[in-house]
Ligand binder design. Structure first.
Ligand SMILES: NC(=O)c1ccc[n+]([C@@H]2O[C@H](COP(=O)([O-])OP(=O)(O)OC[C@H]3O[C@@H](n4cnc5c(N)ncnc54)[C@H](O)[C@@H]3O)[C@@H](O)[C@H]2O)c1
Length: 364
């Protein structure tokens, strides 16, 4: 199969859909891989690395889309790419169709086969192609929180780990899923005093089993949240109710109860945020202050660490890319129930219920 990897043209997207190691695995199986010139540069991969692994470098995005049977990328196609996508071409990437009717209509019109990373689903309901990005965001949330706790950037002026003779900072983490556990791991490693709240007892048991003694698991309730916010230095929001907007666990009135310079990192911002005062921010201007509380709510946190994020993402996408390349999309989806869940739009027809419902459209 001919596989094309274009440069990501969405604003501030520095990841790339395939690493040289992925190219090596595909060319070894007699597939042809076409990488757009400089596509891997911001993730630390040079054209020479791709050539050495067996890829052909193409100068323009038009050439990549025109030659490829399958496009492998990171973010959803944006307007200039719509017309480049061909009938029957497989497009394997994050789409998030339910949030854009324009994109949905463009892909229906293209008659391509759209397989969305975010809906590939294992038998236990987990989403394997989303997990690494939550891992990145969870770990980063503590790094960012520690930075914004510094006085010059309006934080309380507290060192997360304290020092001998001075107590560490208190970190409150809402949600003990992928984000929450990774955040707890980082915060505890730095020596903070960590409280993790969740409503899922299985998740809390896991935290209690695997985390060191400076991490305390606790049931999530408004009462407990109100109790903790008054003396927390850093609050991290990592809750998710699948398919729904995040619940507003910290309401506007609660900010008055916090100490000035408290930092709140809302990782769940992409699902509407779990703090009432959350609004999406960017890496250029990541924070804002309300009632002397610092808010950090960057919607694409992994974009700031493209090297790690690209490696994390491609580690999990590559096995599916290989299946699609070897077998074609129909056989590959017949053989893998997880991959079949990724089918969203096929040759002009919506095949994923939630997308049809989102726009009141017909399903195939
Ligand atoms: N901002 C970013 O760049 C970025 C990156 C990756 C993920 N995310 C987002 O982070 C959020 C969390 O992702 P995840 O992978 O950790 O999800 P997850 O499903 O692994 O974990 C979510 C946890 O929230 C818990 N929860 C639900 N309601 C709760 C409540 N009332 N109180 C406490 N806990 C509650 C669930 O029981 C679950 O354990 C998602 O919205 C995801 O989209 C954002």
């Amino acid at each position: 199969m001919k596989i094309g990897v274009p440069i990501e043209i969405k604003n501030n997207e520095n990841r790339v859909g395939m690493t040289p190691s992925g190219v090596f695995e595909l060319t070894k199986r007699n597939h042809n891989v076409y990488i757009q010139k400089n596509a891997g540069f911001n993730s630390g991969f040079l054209d020479e690395d791709y050539i050495e692994a067996g890829a052909t470098i193409l100068d323009t995005i038009e050439e990549v889309y025109s030659v490829a049977d399958m496009i492998v990328k990171v973010k959803e196609p944006i307007e200039p790419e719509y017309k480049l996508i061909k009938a029957d071409q497989i497009v394997f990437t994050y789409f998030h169709f339910a949030s854009s009717e324009v994109l949905t209509n463009a892909m229906i019109e293209s008659k391509s086969v759209c397989i969305a990373y975010e809906t590939v689903e294992d038998a236990d309901g987990s989403l394997p192609l989303l997990i690494p990005m939550s891992e990145v965001a969870g770990r980063m949330s503590v790094q960012q929180g520690a930075k914004y706790l510094e006085k010059p950037i309006m934080g309380r002026g507290v060192l997360l780990g304290g020092i001998p003779g001075v107590p560490p900072a208190k970190v409150l983490i809402l949600g003990a899923g992928v984000v929450g556990v990774q955040a707890a791991r980082m915060a505890s490693g730095l020596g903070a005093s960590v409280h993790v709240l969740d409503i899922n007892m299985k998740a809390l048991r896991h935290v209690s089993d695997v985390m060191p003694n400076n991490v305390i698991s606790e049931f999530s309730s408004e009462y407990n949240i109100r109790k903790h916010i008054v003396d927390s230095d850093l609050i991290i929001g990592g809750v998710l109710i699948k398919g729904a907007k995040a619940p507003k666990l910290i309401t506007r009135d609660m900010l008055k109860e916090m100490r000035p310079g408290t930092v709140m990192v809302d990782v769940a911002v992409d699902q509407g945020g779990c703090f009432e005062t959350t609004k999406p921010t960017t890496h250029q201007d990541p924070t804002y202050i309300i009632d002397e509380v610092v808010h950090y709510s960057v919607a694409n946190m992994p974009g700031a660490v493209p090297y790690t994020s690209t490696m994390g993402l491609t580690n999990v996408t590559l096995p599916y890319v290989i299946k699609l390349a070897n077998d074609g999309w129909e056989k590959a989806c017949d053989n893998s129930a997880a991959l079949a869940k990724g089918l969203n739009i096929v040759k002009g027809e919506i095949v994923y219920k939630e997308i049809a419902e989102a726009f009141d459209m017909e399903m195939a």
